[in-house]
Design a protein around this ligand. Structure first.
Ligand code: PGA
Length: 260
């Protein structure tokens, strides 16, 4: 049996929530607004547990958060669980998400190494590594999860590609061809691009107290429309966020351009 698709309007109304949607004029405004969500969370709760993303989308958010930290925001109590990581890659590979996080965030702020978590891209077994990560996640309540959304109509969150279930947990997954195409730019030698990854599941993400999904540019317009206005189900894993009572979508005008 596949995952059930919820498309009956009345049933949807009973089970789902209308996410808060912010459509901002520019990508820079999205960066500022998203950074303010992250910074505000850390100010309110200095020992926040965060799920954080990689990719092009959050770069501005990280830059602004680094700026806030250099102006006195204390991030030393924060714990971070990254959403996902390629598998397999050699340790320290330039396209690994561990490297991304070091270069774009961790090297510039004072979050102790023991409070930063990311799946190990060079673990011997991706399944054992996923289980290790899942066990760590289960010990903590994530206060805020910040997510991007996949390219085209993948509607992936983390690397939860199509067919991911609402209750899926941290696991090894194969990447969708659209994801591989979009991310090939980060692998100058395409033969180095892994076919898979370790990702937090949709179920893990839905357990965060608050979820923020961020999207910028025309390339995300179909995914945003499908996620917010299409049927909820495994064909669009991001659509499961509509089962969460505290979700905020932050998008620019281009990413919102297909919303009706
Ligand atoms: P991007 O990736 O921010 O590089 O567009 C987002 C994602 O694939 O989830």
């Amino acid at each position: 049996m596949g995952e059930r698709i919820y498309h009956t309007p009345n049933l949807e109304r009973l089970l789902t929530y209308s996410p808060e949607l912010h459509v901002l004029d520019t990508p820079e405004a999205v960066d500022r607004f998203t950074a303010d969500q992250l910074i505000g969370q850390i100010q309110r709760k200095p020992n926040s547990v965060l799920t954080l993303p990689t990719g092009a989308t959050p770069m501005g958010m990280y830059g602004l958060t680094i700026e806030a930290a250099s102006n006195g925001l204390d991030v030393s109590g924060v714990t971070v669980f990254n959403l996902d990581e390629y598998w397999p890659l050699p340790e320290g590979h330039p396209a690994s998400y561990a490297r991304f996080m070091d270069e774009n965030f961790f090297d510039h702020v004072s979050i102790p190494a023991t409070q930063r978590h990311i799946p190990n891209c060079h673990a011997a077994s991706p399944h054992a590594e996923a289980d290790r990560y899942e066990a760590l996640l289960r010990q903590r309540q994530v206060d805020l999860a910040i997510l991007g959304i996949g390219p085209g109509d993948t509607c992936h969150v983390g690397f939860n590609e199509k067919k991911s279930g609402r209750r899926s947990r941290t696991r090894y997954v194969e990447l969708d061809p659209q994801t591989r195409d979009a991310n090939a730019q980060y692998f100058p030698d395409s033969s180095e691009m892994p076919r898979g990854a370790i990702t937090q599941g949709v179920g893990n993400i839905l357990e965060a107290t608050r979820v923020v999904l961020v999207a910028k540019g025309q390339g995300k317009a179909r995914g945003i429309q499908r996620t917010i206005q299409g049927p909820i189900g495994p064909d669009a894993p991001a659509s499961y966020l509509r089962f969460h009572p505290n979700v905020t979508f932050i998008v620019d005008r281009e990413a919102a351009s297909l919303l009706q």
